[in-house]
Design a protein around this ligand. Structure first.
Ligand code: MN
Ligand code: MN
Length: 367
């Protein structure tokens, strides 16, 4: 549980005249409560009043797990046969007062749930959005969060090791994905932070390609983008390797991507802005004539969610501070030809940064 951040959120609620906040995003609930869960279609919600004690609302089958987490306030649960919304209303009204203003996470709460809230609390003001407030609160990680994220990063390194070992001519991408996830799960990793990506040859030229029956061939590059959720925290890393000797062109694109990644990583320190970091990496690729093929931002924040603040993108003048955690992931994607991305997530120190993943970024040539 993160009491100081809960208190900060309560101060924001007080300043804005809101009676309470409804936190709906599982990653942000995990961050504030210390309880990490994927509720699927059921309701997992964290209610934080401007004044007073918050409570966690979960499916009944999760009450015990939530109570065994670091969360020390009340946990209420509902059975599948019960009406959760009536219980939520009663819990709010009995604990606090009838709310006149409820702050929402507008980028997480679904429209159907919002309409139910509207009908439960008619006349209530739902205009306040706490999405960016929460994103700001989550920007700076504590030492203990960084320690957990370092462990999550080590699992990503283990995933690369498994994946590189699984590469052989004729093996479909999806089979390598299966091998990575199978081996990790056997070792106790419950969940990947997103569907593991293994893309070979020209398939890698699509930044969000889906692994399938495409088989590994000699003299092709293979892109691995993966991460795990470990104790509620995510890792996310990308390596591109060669299967047998790469062509001069593949090497050129690889070396350029690596130079962009490493130049940006060396430039990370408190005081630089998010936009500057994006530009530092982008300039390397643009000057070599491939700027149009680096068609996404340099990076994103990471923590209990795999994509959070800060966004490393042109126009974001956010000043980087110690304790921020984010990815640096330049890529060059030339349709029909080649795709390379190299990604490390890092945490910012007093005078630089440290990556969570340690797998070498020199071009690996697998036999
Ligand atoms: Mn990423
Ligand atoms: Mn990634």
């Amino acid at each position: 549980m993160n009491q100081s951040k809960i208190t900060e959120l309560q101060e924001t609620l007080q300043k804005n005249g809101a009676d309470l906040a409804y936190v709906a995003d599982p990653g942000r609930i995990a961050y504030l409560s210390g309880y990490s869960s994927d509720p699927h279609e059921r309701i997992l919600a964290l209610f934080i009043p401007a004044v007073g004690n918050p409570f966690l609302f979960t499916p009944a089958l999760e009450i015990e797990d939530a109570q065994n987490s670091s969360w020390t306030y009340d946990v209420l649960g509902y059975l599948d046969s019960e009406n959760p919304w009536q219980m939520i209303k009663e819990a709010i009204v009995s604990r606090y007062q009838v709310p006149k203003k409820i702050a929402l996470e507008k980028n997480a709460l679904t429209l159907d749930r919002f309409e139910i809230l509207q009908s439960l609390f008619s006349g209530c003001d739902f205009s306040m959005d706490i999405t960016s407030t929460l994103q700001q609160l989550m920007l700076i990680k504590t030492d203990s969060e960084i320690k957990t994220m370092t462990e999550a990063g080590a699992w990503a390194d283990e995933a690369f090791r498994i994946g590189f070992n699984a590469i052989k001519a004729g093996v479909p991408e999806a089979e390598i994905v299966a091998e990575i996830e199978y081996q990790l799960k056997k070792q106790g990793v419950a969940q990947m932070s997103f569907d593991t990506i293994v893309l070979a040859g020209e398939n890698a030229a699509s930044p969000h390609g889906v692994p399938g029956t495409n088989q590994i061939k000699e003299n092709e590059l293979v892109l691995f983008d993966l991460g795990v959720i470990w104790k509620g925290y995510c890792s996310d890393a990308t390596r591109t390797v060669a299967y047998k000797e790469p062509t001069a062109f593949q090497k050129e694109i690889y070396d350029l991507t690596l130079l962009a990644q490493e130049t940006a990583q060396k430039a990370v320190r408190p005081g630089v802005t998010a936009a500057q970091l994006d530009a530092i990496a982008r300039d390397v690729i643009t000057e070599a004539g491939y700027g149009e093929y680096f068609n996404h931002r340099l990076g994103h924040g990471i923590g209990t969610t795999v994509h959070e603040f800060p966004s490393l993108v042109a126009g974001n003048d956010l000043v980087i501070e110690k304790g921020m955690c984010f990815s640096l992931e330049p890529g060059i994607y030339i349709p029909g030809k080649v795709g390379v991305r190299i990604e490390d997530c890092v945490y910012v120190t007093d005078d630089g940064c440290v990556p969570f993943t340690k797998t070498s970024k020199e071009l690996m040539i697998l036999d």
